[in-house]
Ligand binder design. Structure first.
Ligand code: SF4
Ligand code: MG
Length: 320
């Protein structure tokens, strides 16, 4: 099937200001030339440590950020060229689910109102229909309709995430960015939310960009996975290929932390040394060289080319 979303050489730099006059003294290259596409109905996982730029990609794709350069093509349209009116028309189709819905829920308005407000604001339903629409979406998300009149603090973390999903879903979107949607939840609750997202993907033909720092979380939901490090994509492949045949040393390290069901297949744990460098001052050459267990001289000097090494398997490493 065709691509619903194409991201071409996307860059998002944030200025660093300093001195008395708050002049721009540098840039944080949060997203530094990333390309990928997501087919209709696909769940694409974007993985990497916090600070690698994955949330910024999610926000820039939805145009909650303006880009620095590159293109975001959604359904054939470069959305960063749309005017305010056309962008507003597109908003319902592209939704986001956050890590912590609690922080985006107003503590003083009941969750039914919170879920319904954007629907009303976009004129997508009448006041008379609203309650039925909210009840319906609560049901679909595994929330009893009597919860509608309750307030955010009355819910558990898992229920709050269901509310966050309901708020996105009620707009009848095609595409959802899920930014670390289960990272704040207990493992047992994580599975429930992942299953809910998987069921919704099938029943409502949704396309996901699923962002996580945890490969084991994306494993169950995503059919393709991209691995990011300091603003760049370092490897991208189908889930099966990436788990069977990881090529980039960073991917190998992330994968070594994922528990395997069969203990005889125990992977050797690769623990990365050192902290993730600042994206304001990334290492030259391969940005991963300061932590890479197999780095050589060339890695400190030359940026490795991101290239296709197998069918739809891309990697950026001198030694692959
Ligand atoms: Fe490691 Fe060098 Fe490959 Fe970078 S290019 S991942 S430093 S081996
Ligand atoms: Mg983030």
């Amino acid at each position: 099937s065709e691509a619903l979303l194409e991201v071409h050489d996307l860059k998002k730099y944030f200025p660093i200001r300093g001195g008395v006059f708050q002049r721009t003294v540098g840039h944080v290259k949060a997203v530094d030339g990333v390309s990928f596409s997501i087919k209709k109905g696909e769940a694409f996982g974007l993985v990497g440590e916090s600070g690698c730029g994955k949330s910024t990609i999610g926000r820039t794709i939805l145009r909650l950020n303006e880009k620095t350069s590159g293109q975001v093509i959604y359904n054939g349209t470069d959305i960063h060229t749309l005017n305010k009116t056309d962008m507003r028309k597109l908003r319902p189709e592209m939704q986001i689910v956050f890590q912590d819905p609690y922080s985006s829920l107003n503590p003083r308005i009941n969750v039914g109102q919170a879920v319904g407000e954007a629907l009303l604001a976009h004129g997508l339903c009448t006041k008379a229909e609203l309650r039925d629409r909210i009840s319906e979406i609560f049901n679909i998300c595994g929330l009893a309709p009597y919860h509608i009149n309750r307030f955010p603090h009355e819910f558990s973390g898992g229920q709050r995430q269901r509310i966050g999903i309901a708020r996105a879903l009620i707009m009848n979107p095609q595409f959802i960015v899920a930014d670390e949607p289960v990272s704040a939840l207990d493992v047992s609750i994580q599975a429930q939310i992942i299953n809910l997202l998987g069921d919704l993907q099938e029943s409502r033909d949704l396309t996901y960009l699923f962002i996580s720092h945890d490969l084991s979380v994306v494993e169950h939901l995503c059919n393709r996975i991209g691995v990011m490090y300091l603003g760049s994509m370092v490897e991208m492949a189908s889930r099966d290929e990436l788990f069977k045949n990881p090529l980039h040393p960073y991917t190998k390290a992330l994968l070594s932390a994922v528990p395997v069901p069969d203990p005889t297949l125990k992977r050797e744990r690769i623990v990365l040394q050192g902290d993730i460098p600042s994206p304001a001052k990334p290492p030259v050459g391969c940005k991963f060289h300061t932590r890479c267990p197999i780095a050589t001289e060339i890695c400190k000097q030359q940026v490795p080319e991101y290239r296709e090494v197998g069918s739809n398997h891309f990697v950026a490493c001198h030694l692959v």
